[in-house]
Design a protein around this ligand. Structure first.
Ligand SMILES: Cc1ncc(COP(=O)(O)O)c(C=O)c1O
Length: 391
């Protein structure tokens, strides 16, 4: 379904390496690079402000593309610097109203930066963090999560795909539970955006945060936040400026009615244009198609790695995605990364500090992280597995 040869021809970065580092930062395709270059050239020629004005239709198109991808309205989309800013704008806005004894329910796979924000809120506001347990497959037990909700639950915060492995949290099931109990639901879709469909109506989330640079193959320094119209009726971000709010009288400001309230005035205009192009690129291939091909490639890699003595695949959950995590009983991830890099193969790694609850619960060592994407070939998968076997 996906024209892999075309996708590869449009990706300069694959010329000199077999690339499996998409969970770090994906390789930008030519149309994204062209959009970036074009806008930077325009800025150089006519100045940043005039260039922004000239790019207004393209900037508007970025919101429309993200809204199309997420199945929401353009008014529910904010474009920000990265996934962390997106998540924090949502979370700290809610945290402003939290009282001692309130709780936030999260999952074992929660991402470090999010958990640090929760811990900071324990310190500042006396909230409790409640971690929903996993089921036998290693994904969150949704029934157990539901049982933890009480009248002090002020948020359910869930990471869709953890940074450190192929688990896919059953996010839509969590969404049903959140809706049933009227609890705000913040979904971190940083690692799932670009590798699978994300329909916020189906997911049932109030907020969804994501980054541009990973599986979406957009520019670094870009991210976005979905905030539902309903939640925006009662949510104010922790940081406002003269773009996200208007100073209407000496003693009064009015917050933007739309998700622009989560943005800042100054931002990376070329990146914002490029992000829209990246989203269009993914949509033109079809996120279902991307997911299907990535599953095949990742399962192929897992099967091959599983057969190598001394190598253990570590991905948990029922539905496993494009991130393949594994350990080697003799080599640390840094050594594996270096030796593969010497052979023109790029992979990443994960340390406990990225997903500490999961690492500690499963007694995991530091992990190698090979994240496939649709433009990888079956030959590259075989090459990676044979390079690992050859260590
Ligand atoms: C699950 C998850 N959430 C959030 C982030 C943070 O994304 P960003 O670096 O764009 O802020 C990452 C980054 O790796 C991630 O893996």
């Amino acid at each position: 379904m996906i024209d892999v040869a075309k996708a590869r021809a449009e990706t300069p970065g694959i010329e000199h390496q077999a690339f499996f580092y998409n969970s770090g930062a994906g390789l930008m395709p030519r149309p994204v690079l062209d959009a970036l270059h074009e806008h930077l050239d325009l800025e150089a020629r006519i100045g940043g402000y005039a260039a922004e004005e000239a790019a207004a239709p393209k900037l508007q198109a970025t919101y429309e593309s993200i809204a199309r991808m997420l199945n929401c309205s353009t008014d529910e989309v904010a474009v920000v610097e990265n996934a962390t800013v997106a998540w924090c704008q949502a979370f700290y806005g809610l945290a402003q109203d939290m009282q001692p004894g309130d709780n936030v329910i999260t999952v074992v796979a929660e991402y470090a930066s999010n958990f640090i924000a929760l811990l900071q809120t324990v310190k500042r506001r006396g909230i409790e963090i409640v971690v929903a347990p996993n089921d036998a497959s290693g994904q969150v037990d949704v029934a157990a999560l539901e049982a933890l909700i009480d009248d002090r639950t002020k948020l359910i915060a869930v990471t869709h795909v953890p940074t450190s492995g192929g688990l896919v949290t059953p996010a839509a099931e969590v969404g049903k539970v959140a809706r049933r109990h009227g609890a705000p639901y913040l979904l971190d879709a940083c690692q799932s955006a670009g590798q699978m469909p994300l329909d916020v109506q189906e997911l049932g989330c109030d907020f969804l945060s994501a980054t541009g640079r990973k599986f979406l193959r957009g520019p670094r320094g870009t991210g976005f936040l979905y905030a539902s119209k309903a939640i925006m009726e009662r949510h104010e971000p922790p940081v406002l400026d003269l773009h996200s709010a208007e100073w209407v009288a000496p003693d009064r400001y009015e917050m933007a009615a739309t998700a622009r309230r989560y943005e800042n005035w100054e931002n990376y205009i070329a990146g914002k244009v490029g992000l829209g192009v990246a989203v269009d690129y993914a949509l033109s291939l079809g996120l279902e198609n991307i997911q299907e091909r990535n599953r095949l490639l990742a399962d192929d890699l897992r099967e091959r790695l599983d057969m190598i003595p001394g190598v253990t695949v570590r991905d948990a959950g029922v539905d496993r995605c494009a991130i393949v995590s594994f350990s080697h009983d003799r080599y640390k991830p840094e050594e594996v990364m270096q030796r593969l890099a010497d052979q023109g193969i790029a992979i990443g790694n994960s340390a406990p500090g990225s997903t500490r609850l999961d690492f500690e619960a499963r007694h995991l060592p530091d992990l190698c992280r090979a994240s496939v994407h649709y433009l990888n070939t079956e030959d590259e998968i075989a090459m990676l597995a044979s390079a690992v076997a050859g260590l």
